[in-house]
Design a protein around this ligand. Structure first.
Ligand SMILES: NC(=O)c1ccc[n+]([C@@H]2O[C@H](COP(=O)([O-])OP(=O)(O)OC[C@H]3O[C@@H](n4cnc5c(N)ncnc54)[C@H](OP(=O)(O)O)[C@@H]3O)[C@@H](O)[C@H]2O)c1
Length: 247
């Protein structure tokens, strides 16, 4: 018996990285998983793998810089499975552009992908979860949501906003819906590779008592905890999963 038997989980940004690891874990635990992202080849590969392992999943191709994308994801979920129990707002865009070079267009795109689409998708799923009497929403923030030295302006702003969104959602969507956030440190994913990979993380490895970066599966296991009754009295919290880089 899986921890998520009979549950339907939307995981944004699950064509890659920690979202993909979470999709595999949730499916292994019995959830029907809605995989989302822009890259159809990778989305299909994730769904094929889940099905090959005996699980159930669909994919929805949606670019969340376009604010009509959340409705598309919600509609496809309801059409395929008729309900939703878990939403992992995880899709993210990294921007490393400093403020004086940052265009309004790039800033807006980062905010749309990292924050605004999560707000819209939450508004869509929350009535379903309220009606069912139970739901779990997990938001991916970052250590860049804790301090500006961890990330440049657009990314840092978006992740600080994700913290506020998490707490405000928890405050307004209880008692039926639990909302919590995860603040990853350096995790071995395509996004980290785009920023120089493990070789560029020496300062984080030095600052961590664990002296390493992490795999996406180490975020997936926390997401699973936050998506079940095992975290029943945790709400509105931002869990740092960063190897202790700021202690
Ligand atoms: N890796 C780290 O060290 C780290 C640290 C702190 C926080 N995070 C956060 O963790 C989350 C997952 O990132 P990751 O590290 O797993 O990186 P990743 O492997 O690059 O995955 C990012 C995911 O987001 C999706 N995505 C990006 N832009 C999108 C868009 N415009 N529309 C729809 N989907 C989009 C990607 O899908 P497609 O490519 O298919 O569009 C992909 O599935 C992000 O929110 C990120 O900010 C990562």
């Amino acid at each position: 018996m899986g921890k998520l038997d009979g549950k339907v989980a939307i995981i944004t940004g699950s064509t890659s990285g920690m979202g993909r690891d979470t999709a595999y874990l949730f499916a292994k635990e019995g959830a029907k998983v809605v995989v989302t992202g822009r890259n159809e080849e990778r989305a299909k590969a994730v769904v094929d793998q889940i099905k090959a392992d005996g699980g159930e999943a669909i994919y929805v191709i949606a670019d969340t810089s376009d604010l009509t994308a959340p409705q598309k994801i919600f509609d496809a979920t309801m059409e395929a499975y008729g309900t939703v129990d878990i939403l992992f707002n995880n899709a993210g865009k990294l921007s490393v552009t400093p403020i004086l070079d940052l265009s309004l267009e790039e800033f807006t795109e980062v905010m749309n992908v990292n924050v605004t689409s999560a707000f819209i998708l939450t508004k869509l799923v929350a009535p379903v979860m309220k009606e069912k009497g139970e739901g779990y929403i997990i938001n991916t923030s970052s250590v860049a949501g804790c301090a500006a030295h961890w990330g440049p302006i657009a990314y840092c702003t978006s992740k600080h906003a994700m913290n506020g969104l998490t707490k405000a959602m928890a405050n307004e969507l209880g008692p039926e819906i639990h909302v919590n956030g995860i603040q990853p440190g350096a995790i071995r994913t395509a996004m980290l590779d785009s920023a120089g990979g493990e070789a560029a993380c020496g300062f984080m490895i030095d600052r961590s008592p664990l002296k390493r970066i992490a795999d996406g599966s180490e975020i997936a296991s926390v997401a699973l905890f936050l998506a079940t009754k095992e975290s029943s009295f945790i709400d509105g919290q931002l869990i740092r999963v960063d190897g202790g880089v700021d202690i």
